[in-house]
Design a binder for this molecule. Sequence first.
Ligand SMILES: [Fe+2]
Length: 322
Amino acid sequence: MKITIKPSRPGLQLILSTPMFTLAHLTDPHLAPLPSPRPRELAGKRLLGYLNWLRSRKAIHSARVLDAIVKDMLSRSPDHIAVGGDLVNLSLPREFSDARAWLETLGPPDEVSVVPGNHDAYVHVERREGIGQWKAYMRTHAGRSKKLAAGPNGFPYVRRFGDIALIGLSTAIPTPPFAAWGRLDGDQLDALQRILPTLGEEALFRIVLIHHPPLLGLTKWRRSLREAAHLQELLVSLGAELVLYGHNHVQAINVLPERSGTVPVIGAPSASSCRGGTNRLARYNLFRIWFEHGRWRCEMTGRGLRTPGGPVCELEKRLLTG
Ligand SMILES: [Fe+2]
């Protein structure tokens, strides 16, 4: 049970203890098999994407591997699952309904959060036919506070689990062929500027979930988040306790200095990847979060494939903060 005392300074609530919370982060499942596209669906960028799928991606993203990752993850009974986007491949309407069915195998919407990736906006798709099918998994749970309200497109949404808060951003926009950049529109940046300090005043553990790498220099320009410099500045000045991203299909840890400490920024590989070295093979990360001796603590356990075709096993365990 959480015990609190009166704020020691305005707006700050000192948390003395909080139950252990476990968050699983899984990203870029690129659900396979790809439904056969109709000829009229292959106009423009989708045709290139389909040829690319047949030529290489089909052999990388394995439904069998993803099933093994999900089974292992669910066996650990995380309190919440964060899915980091790129559920689909070509943004075909049937892919979105298949992805909705897959999300239901992870858990009910209250226990699973999703942010969209660039493949979930591969081409323009009407919202109700596209990511709108996942709206229950992207709904805010933060009450009616205007300070925590999402921007006009429903992002960033805020979900609260006691003293833990998850903030979901959308960087997914259609881009020209051979490009995969992301955008954070001004409304989302404005909302984030309200949301981070509001949650920070309550001393909550703030988790930011995003698809594109949120820092400068983590990927090529044509694949990067256009507002990475702005976002990085906000994270440094307003703080967050953990930032999770996907997109690069590589396990990576960066540490961002902020006013009162550091922000771990963690990228994860595709959860269906059956090719590449250990840092590119299918994996998910479990974050154990607790409050002890006046500070938040967070431990990451990576579980996935060590070798292609191998079993899901523990890959690493490390204390990120505390
Ligand atoms: Fe991806």
